[in-house]
Design a protein around this ligand. Structure first.
Ligand code: ATP
Ligand code: MG
Length: 505
């Protein structure tokens, strides 16, 4: 097979970090080429250069034998390169078809005038959806879509521009298990139609399932390129971190104390009056990991928002250590003893244009103890950030002053985890705590969660990964259609699956 992409001695640095260090590799036309590596290894930067968003400091890229001299996404689009980014880049208040055709609208001439031919644009979008089996309501607003639907729009956007080389940056990190299966099938379908695919992922079983070859990056350097067929997932993991990974999270016998969180008759309607939560009742004790299992979109998000106080439009009662916090604001709940690791780290968990120290201080900056003579004690937060960068292995370029936006996705997640866990509060909500983390970081994070359990914290774990729930939880509640169908400390995987799909009640 011919090489459609050739990268030669490519280097890219940012202040304090060499993101790509003298990388040379080739991608063959029509293959699925996977890229793996730890959080911050340089995967997204390499893909962004290929897509023309950054210019390399040195080195060359050839597409179909032609050297790239000018780096810009517009030029890349013309060269037939498309990218679905780790964090989507859609216009929220535009419709699906408007986003797909943006900048490539069909124009019709009427005498001396040019008109946008919206009808034709919509027809073409619909035809594309049908051809690749990627259905989305063309007239829906992006802001009303689920994450999986938004991703479909991003893929359609590439296809609409006739992209031949499709880059997917961690596309499955945001998807539920059955959506992942659909996406992987789509990717194989695209390959069969002649496209070349680059797939960035932390999930080795996905690579095993669909990829032909894979490359491993470690701290900016290319470690190896291999055939998937002849490599086990264990070998992949070892190549990634440069040592054997021992997965042995130890979960001690449960030792529950008094009830910390109590939720009574929690019900919630959305702004269209649709019931999203129906009479939810549960409680969580000290030292207990209480997990909510379910298919994405069955009310998990609403439970997290209600308990954290992000959405207070519910009925029912929530109490924390015996205090009714039902009407408390987010900050008041935090002061009462609640930490919260939200699902949407970029919008809810962080202020991405602030630096690490400032993000670490978000919970405390206003408190008297950190303010002297009306001035905030910045030194305190810088020292604290320094400690947490060490403890949580947060990879960054400029220490506590690193702007969070410039950090890799997984490392942004570590900043939230560090801030919330280190608050040392009696109750913690973890929503998808390991999303986007590499294997090593996942193990560490699970270890942190178990450590909090050991310390007697009450923990609410909301995760779409059954494997994670089974590994960590003491008690499992299965949610379906906004209702908790079952709460138990002894459910098998099969039983959970049956409740999750509503097959069993
Ligand atoms: N715009 C930028 N400014 C400064 N540093 C950056 C910028 N973009 C990336 N970096 C740095 O380059 C390094 C590689 O980041 P990259 O996003 O490529 O990692 P990654 O392999 O995609 O990790 P993850 O799995 O967490 O997404 C990181 O140390 C990051 O902080
Ligand atoms: Mg990345």
């Amino acid at each position: 097979m011919e090489n459609i992409i050739e990268i030669k001695n490519l280097t890219k640095s940012f202040p304090g970090v060499v993101a790509n260090d003298d990388i040379s590799l080739e991608v063959k036309k029509g293959e699925i080429f996977a890229l793996l590596g730890e959080n911050g290894a340089g995967k997204s930067v390499l893909m962004s250069i290929l897509f023309g968003m950054y210019e390399p400091d040195s080195g060359e890229i050839y597409i179909r034998g032609e050297k790239i001299n000018e780096f810009s996404p517009q030029k890349s689009t013309i060269r037939g390169i498309g990218m679905v980014h780790q964090h989507f880049k859609l216009v929220e208040n535009y419709t699906v078809w408007e986003n797909i055709t943006l900048g490539q609208e069909i124009v019709k001439k009427l005498g001396p005038f040019n008109f946008l031919d919206n009808k034709k644009s919509i027809e073409e979008v619909k035809a594309l959806m049908e051809k690749f089996g990627l259905e989305v309501n063309v007239n829906a607003l992006i802001s009303d879509l689920t994450v999986a639907q938004m991703q479909r729009v991003e893929i359609l956007k590439m296809l609409y521009r006739n992209a031949e080389i499709l880059i997917f940056d961690e596309p499955t990190a945001v998807l539920a298990p059955q959506e992942i299966e659909n996406l992987l099938a789509t990717i194989v379908e695209l390959k069969n139609s002649g496209k070349t695919i680059i797939l960035v992922t932390h999930k080795l079983d996905e690579i095993k399932k669909v990829a032909d070859r894979f490359a491993v990056l470690r701290r900016g350097s290319l470690i190896d390129v291999r055939d998937v067929e002849n490599t086990s997932t264990k070998e992949m993991a070892n190549l990634m971190v440069g040592r054997d990974i021992v997965i042995d999270t130890v979960k001690e016998e449960a030792n529950f104390g008094k009830t910390v969180l109590e939720v009574k008759d929690l019900s919630l309607k959305n702004n269209l009056g649709v019931e999203k939560l129906k009479n939810i009742n549960f409680s969580i004790r000290e030292g207990e990991i209480f997990a909510i299992a379910g298919v994405d979109g069955n009310g998990q998000e609403e439970i997290a928002e209600a308990i954290s106080g992000l959405n207070r439009g519910y009925t029912g009662e929530i109490s924390l250590n015996g205090v009714d916090i039902s009407r408390f604001t987010v900050r008041e709940r935090n002061l009462e003893g609640m930490s919260f690791i939200p699902e949407d780290r970029q919008n809810t968990g962080l202020i991405v244009d602030f630096n690490i120290a400032e993000n670490i201080s978000l919970r405390d900056y206003y408190k008297d103890e950190y303010n002297k003579n009306g001035k905030m004690d910045k030194g305190h937060f810088i020292d604290r950030a320094d400690d947490l960068i060490d403890k949580y292995d947060i990879r960054q370029g400029r220490g506590p002053q690193t702007i969070v936006r410039t950090m890799s996705g997984g490392n942004q997640q570590k900043v939230i985890l560090a801030r919330e866990i280190e608050e040392n509060l009696p109750f913690i909500i973890f929503v998808q705590p390991t999303r986007g983390l590499d294997i090593g970081a996942i193990e560490k994070t699970r270890e942190y969660i178990l450590e909090e359990r050991r310390k007697g914290r009450a923990i609410l774990l909301i995760s779409y990964e059954l494997e994670e729930i089974l590994a960590l939880s003491d008690t499992i509640a299965v949610i379906y259609g906004g209702e908790i169908l079952k709460i138990s400390d002894s459910l098998t995987q099969t039983e959970i699956g049956e409740y999750m799909t509503g097959a069993k009640r």
